[in-house]
Design a protein around this ligand. Structure first.
Ligand code: PLP
Length: 376
């Protein structure tokens, strides 16, 4: 019997966006525009920082397991505290879900090229992982419903989805839900909820509650707290009760929990974040379209760009890097011909477009003599 199970041996560790570039010399890093990890370009919420600083004097004491944050969330969403969980990022809660509910013979079902964090967590459990292709870069919910079998235990849906940025509507979800047996748990990952919530087509899952759905949200994106590791979830109290048994007892940390509570009060920061993102999204999607780049419509804080092939995407990634623009290659997600670009500050966005234009114009020039030679 090997010490390391074969499914762990075969697993590649999650590599955060921009990880390789972190090894670059400091001088180069300072000049770089990091558009690789869907982080908030405004920095952290100031009210979160204040709350976090105030919490530090209590670091000699163990945390309360997220109770204070759960209470605040329960009040603001008008649910019971028993319906809420807090953890080390939404990935922390995903990890607890996988440990709490999956047995060896169960299967996990999701879309192809799903959020990499989920892929790695689910595969680390060693259960069967099945995926259904996208339909025009959207979840193919009817195909997913058709793929459910008697071993399916968890269905993972991200809305908006990472890396495509696309959403499914309430109507589409309701139709899908009718086909999901009660014994199947749906993880509805709404990490990018705040960016999509004002779109009338976007279903806020808190407006309807099903007993076998867990909604996950995070402070990592719109509140700028990715480094603090704080996220939360809503579900039926039976699910939460069992998750609380499995969760690390003292997660989230005291400063992370305080930051979450502070962030929830920071309406002004959220407003500025969403405004900057909407402006950047209009600018980047318009400019990329003008450059002839294809991309699905995004409701999040990033865009997925499609190129002719893996080599082309790789070259553009390297050329952008040389121009000081760090984006996210998607081969680990299973989309080697695509790159993901996070919306940055106005300055980052302009720099990204200028660099992309320069790279595409140069490659067009390089291609011309070859094409002429081919014509001859
Ligand atoms: C769809 C999705 N879910 C979850 C996460 C992770 O969020 P957290 O930082 O709360 O663990 C991300 C981060 O990129 C994401 O894109």
């Amino acid at each position: 019997m090997p010490l390391v199970p074969p499914y762990i041996e075969a697993l590649e560790a999650y590599e955060p966006g921009g990880a390789r570039e972190r090894l670059e010399p400091e001088s180069r890093k300072r000049r770089a525009s990091k558009l690789a990890s869907n982080e908030n370009p405004l920095g952290p919420s100031p009210l979160a920082l204040e709350a976090m600083a105030r919490s530090l004097a209590g670091l000699n004491l163990y945390p309360d397991g997220g109770l204070a944050l759960r209470e605040v969330l329960a009040r603001s969403y008008e649910v019971k505290v028993e319906n809420v969980i807090a953890g080390s990022g939404s990935e922390g809660i995903m990890s607890s879900i996988i440990r709490a509910f999956l047995c060896d013979e169960d299967e996990v079902l999701t879309t192809e090229a799903a959020f990499l964090g989920f892929q790695v967590l689910a595969r680390s459990r060693g259960v069967r992982y099945r995926a259904v292709p996208y339909r025009e870069w959207h979840y193919d919910l009817p195909a997913l419903a058709g793929a459910i079998n008697e071993r399916t235990k968890i269905i993972y849906l991200a809305n908006p989805n990472n890396p495509t940025g696309t959403i499914f509507t309430k109507h589409e979800f309701d139709e899908f839900y009718r086909h999901v047996p009660e014994r199947v748990l749906i993880i509805l990952d709404e990490a990018y909820f705040e960016y999509a919530k004002d779109n009338p087509r976007y279903p806020d899952s808190m407006h309807y509650r099903y007993d076998n759905v867990i909604t996950l949200r995070t402070f990592s994106k719109s509140y700028g707290l990715a480094g603090a590791r704080i996220g939360y979830g809503f579900a039926h109290e039976e699910l939460i009760r069992n998750l609380l048994k499995v969760k690390l007892p003292f997660e989230p940390s005291t400063p992370a929990e305080a930051a979450g509570i502070g962030a929830l009060a920071d309406k002004e920061f959220l407003h500025r974040t969403l405004e900057l993102n909407a402006r950047g999204m209009r600018f980047l999607s318009g400019a990329f379209a003008e450059l002839g780049i294809r991309m699905p419509p995004s409701e999040a804080n990033f865009l997925m760009l499609e190129f002719g092939g893996e080599r082309r995407a790789r070259e553009i990634y390297e050329d952008l890097l040389a121009e000081g623009v760090i984006v996210r290659p998607l081969q680990r997600f299973g989309l080697p011909h695509c790159l993901r670009v996070s919306i940055g500050t106005d300055e980052d966005n302009t720099r990204c477009v200028d660099a992309m234009r320069k790279i595409l114009e140069a490659s067009d020039r390089d291609l011309e003599p070859q094409m002429k030679a081919d014509e001859r």
